[in-house]
Design a protein around this ligand. Structure first.
Ligand code: GAL
Length: 406
């Protein structure tokens, strides 16, 4: 986990101009300059615009270029939305796009990205399956002078120019604080609440932040004995879930319930880092937990099945991340990069989306911070589902259940 924990997320530091890698110059690399000059020359030799409208469209076409969008999988609900939103945003802005989903297969994602580079993309947007497994493709992008935006999940390679995500550590602290507030742990007295933990994919750099953010809030209550992890399974590697798999989370939860709760021990809380794992844990509790109490279950992403479980009182909360907004910020950043604009917090008003600019917290390699634009996550419970409908990205049926617009 590449994080230097530092106070203020907003940084006023101007990104240092570097030859390559994270924070790389906002000026295209030499090869890009040459290519761009050649392309511009070709455009000028092409049929000159007849009038202002045609000149405008010629400029838009010339300014567009080709964008490679590499998403990890379609088996996890949110990435289908990310891919669709990014594709729509860039095409509406006049770019040609190449969108791939790599079925949670890292080797395939390397190949997909290599194909995009061979296809002559001008910029890459990559949500990594495994943040440490893309070096071949990232090194090729750096050699080709193609800027890379790490999308949502950080990539451990200095070829990455910038990072767009949500404040992942805050996602975790929101989950932890929700547990503290809902159970009023501050005033628990001698009451002990039994808790279990399910974290995310260890190959996903985000998973460590979600886990650490929650644990940093909950640790004092674990140390005081107010929260008791009955299974004793608390370290990240033990509670992690490969590929965020619902089935893997279900199986581990069933094993824990049969090993530690079959004797009537009460389970009060299950900290889950996201909705796909929360779905598996909720299924295990529904089928295998003998207690009569409802268990507080956390989640993240606002997946449809989990929102239904929240309406039905099976899941207690999810941390919602508006990935449509994430695509808008990514478009704005990409345009600034391709236009050779200065990249810093002065870009934020042009996004029209609340986010912070951070040049210290995320590192693509030891000591190499990656300038990041971090959006703001929100807690959703049965009490504020209307907030999701108000985004225009969900509709609510007569049954009170929410459906995503896409
Ligand atoms: C994370 C992402 C989360 C979570 C998970 C599953 O990287 O930030 O939203 O859902 O992947 O895709």
């Amino acid at each position: 986990m590449k994080r230097k924990v530092l106070g203020v997320l907003l940084s006023v530091a101007m990104v240092a101009t570097m030859v390559a890698g994270c924070g790389s110059s906002s000026e295209p690399a030499a090869t890009d300059d040459a290519a761009a000059t050649e392309e511009a020359a070709d455009t000028e030799e092409a049929a000159p615009a007849e009038d202002a409208a045609e000149e405008e469209s010629a400029d838009t076409a010339a300014a567009g270029g080709k964008i490679g969008i590499s998403m990890p999988t379609q088996s996890l609900e949110r990435w289908n939305r990310d891919g669709a939103y990014l594709d729509e945003q860039f095409q509406a802005a006049g770019y040609e796009t190449v969108l791939t989903y790599s079925d949670n297969d890292s080797a395939r994602q390397v190949n997909d990205i290599q194909n995009m580079l061979a296809d002559g993309v001008d910029l890459l947007i990559v949500a990594a399956i495994d943040g440490e497994a893309l070096n071949t493709a990232m090194d090729e992008a750096a050699t080709a002078g193609v800027p890379v935006i790490a999308y949502d999940r950080l990539i451990m390679n200095d070829a990455v120019s910038y990072y767009v995500s949500f404040d992942n550590y805050t996602v975790g602290t929101l989950q932890g604080q929700f547990i503290v507030d809902t159970l009023d742990l501050e005033n628990a007295g001698d009451t002990v609440y039994n808790m279990e933990i399910t974290a995310g994919d260890p190959a996903d750099n985000n998973a460590g932040y979600f886990y650490q953010g929650a644990i940093d809030v909950l640790q004092p209550y674990i140390d005081a004995g107010t929260l008791n992890v009955v299974s004793g399974q608390t370290d990240f590697d033990t509670v992690a879930t490969a590929q965020w798999s619902t089935d893997t989370a279900l199986e581990r939860a069933q094993n824990i319930l049969s090993s530690y709760y079959a004797d009537g021990t009460q389970l009060d809380v299950w900290l889950c880092s996201n909705d796909s794992t929360a779905l598996g844990v909720a299924q295990a509790i529904t089928s295998d937990y003998a207690g009569s109490n409802s268990v507080l279950i956390t989640g993240q992403d606002g997946d449809e099945a989990n929102l239904k479980n929240i309406v039905d009182g099976i899941q207690t909360m999810t941390v919602y991340k508006n990935v449509s907004n994430e695509s808008v910020v990514t478009l704005g950043l990409a345009q600034a990069i391709l236009n050779g604009d200065t990249i810093d917090e002065s870009l934020i008003p042009s996004f029209g989306i609340e986010c912070s600019y951070d040049t210290e917290s995320y590192e693509t390699s030891e000591g190499n911070p990656c300038p990041s634009f971090l959006l703001v996550p929100n807690v959703i419970t049965a009490d504020n589902l209307q907030d999701l409908v108000d985004t225009g990205l969900y509709t609510m049926g007569e049954d009170g259940y929410l459906s995503a617009v896409q």
